[in-house]
Design a protein around this ligand. Structure first.
Ligand code: FEO
Length: 393
């Protein structure tokens, strides 16, 4: 799909509606978009390519957009294969094109393209470098670890456009979710799931990027995934500020439960009822065994408090909880209040493992004591659940 953004800028990306798992792990019920742009000025600049799955469509879009002209530059903001798969093809197809990227990206290019011939075909840019295309001029801002080390973003003053690489991206194809952010009924939902699972570990680098770009007069963000953002810029930037600081977005309690035969889940739901009866306005219970792990990671980061409820298993904790906590650890979960509810039929071990895993995270306030139930919640367990609810609140 070629879409005119301005008189001189075209969208040439592609939707992927058949993708089973993004990055071989994330479900994308509404598909995915691989965004790419062309600036048609005195010079022609192609802004990133696309995933190999959409090679034919992307090549056709490019040819239609440039309408017989030759691209002068291929700007590579990010080298991950969902954006870079067609670089070698562009170099072969257009012998005069120059790849513009960070030095790190140029160094990494041969890792992805064994036979690529780069001599005299690259231009390394760094923080503050400018590339004049005629009326448009791209100013580069280094964004290492948003999401890979070679990432650059660029700002085009003429359009007030930030080409933001993975930042401000989201799951969902444009044909399903809307081409512009204003057409997207709930941008934050899938943008948040994308952020915490893909970029979330790199809150520090994202904060640095936000600081560096805060002085720019950004009127539009053109990310590599998801809709183009033009209106309500404050809302998008505000959410990124909260997320990158690991701040609380929503005051509430997220109860994550891994239950083998339902006994632990019944106790978790009882705790949720008690919390509500004591005035908690937002309590969300999730069955880790039957829900999207990425949504659960997102919900843990989103809310102010977390309850971990799990069965004991093989001398440790039931594996869905282990996997959930492992995800939280590697994504940098921190700065939250956490309570623990364990279940064990003969030798409870879940609580010990959950405590150890949470203990390895930064600035976690662990609610003491944890509650232990034996096989099934009984009337005699209710006072302990009431006390736990009071401590959480
Ligand atoms: Fe969409 Fe980090 O690539």
């Amino acid at each position: 799909m070629v879409t005119k953004l301005t008189d001189t800028v075209r969208y040439i990306g592609a939707d992927d509606l058949d993708l089973d798992l993004f990055e071989s792990q994330y479900i994308v019920p509404q598909g995915m978009s691989y965004n790419s742009y062309v600036i048609l000025d005195d010079k022609v600049a192609v802004m990133d390519t696309a995933d190999a799955r959409k090679a034919d469509e992307w090549k056709a879009n490019l040819k239609e957009a440039i309408d017989g002209r030759q691209p002068d530059y291929l700007v590579v903001h990010h080298l991950e294969p969902d954006h870079s798969a067609l670089i070698e093809w562009v170099l072969r197809e257009y012998p005069s094109v120059t790849v513009v990227a960070s030095a790190k990206a140029i160094q990494m290019l041969p890792q992805f393209f064994e036979d690529i011939e780069l001599d005299g075909r690259t231009l390394a840019v760094k923080e503050g470098s400018e590339l004049s295309l005629g009326s448009h001029c791209l100013r580069f801002v280094a964004a290492p670890m948003v999401h890979w080390p070679e990432v650059m973003v660029s700002f085009d003053e003429l359009d007030g456009a930030l080409y933001s690489a993975d930042a401000f991206g989201k799951f969902g194809a444009l044909s399903k979710c809307g081409f512009y952010g204003r057409d997207d009924d709930d941008w934050a939902c899938e943008a948040r799931r994308y952020y915490f699972n893909i970029v979330g570990k790199f809150g520090g680098p994202v904060r640095t990027l936000l600081d560096k770009t805060s002085a720019l007069a950004i009127r539009t963000i053109r990310p590599l995934h998801g809709p183009i953002l033009e209106d309500n810029m404050e809302e998008y930037l505000g959410l990124y500020k909260i997320w990158s600081r690991y701040d609380v977005e929503t005051d509430g309690i997220f109860i994550a439960c891994a239950s083998i035969h339902g006994g632990t889940l019944a106790a978790a739901e009882k705790l949720a009822d008690i919390l509500r009866s004591k005035g908690a306005e937002r309590v969300v219970v999730s069955d880790l065994c039957r829900s999207d792990f990425a949504e659960n990671v997102e919900d843990a980061f989103r809310h102010s408090k977390l309850v971990l409820a799990a069965s004991s298993y093989d001398g440790g904790v039931f594996t869905p909880m282990y996997e959930f906590l492992h995800r939280l650890q590697i994504k940098g979960y921190c700065n939250r209040k956490v309570a623990i509810l364990e279940n064990g039929s003969w030798a409870p071990s879940a609580g010990r493992v959950m405590k150890e895993m949470v203990g390895a995270m930064s600035n976690i306030e662990l609610v003491d004591p944890m509650v232990t139930i034996r096989s099934r919640m009984k009337k005699s367990d209710i006072p302990a659940l009431e006390n736990l609810a009071d401590a959480i609140l």
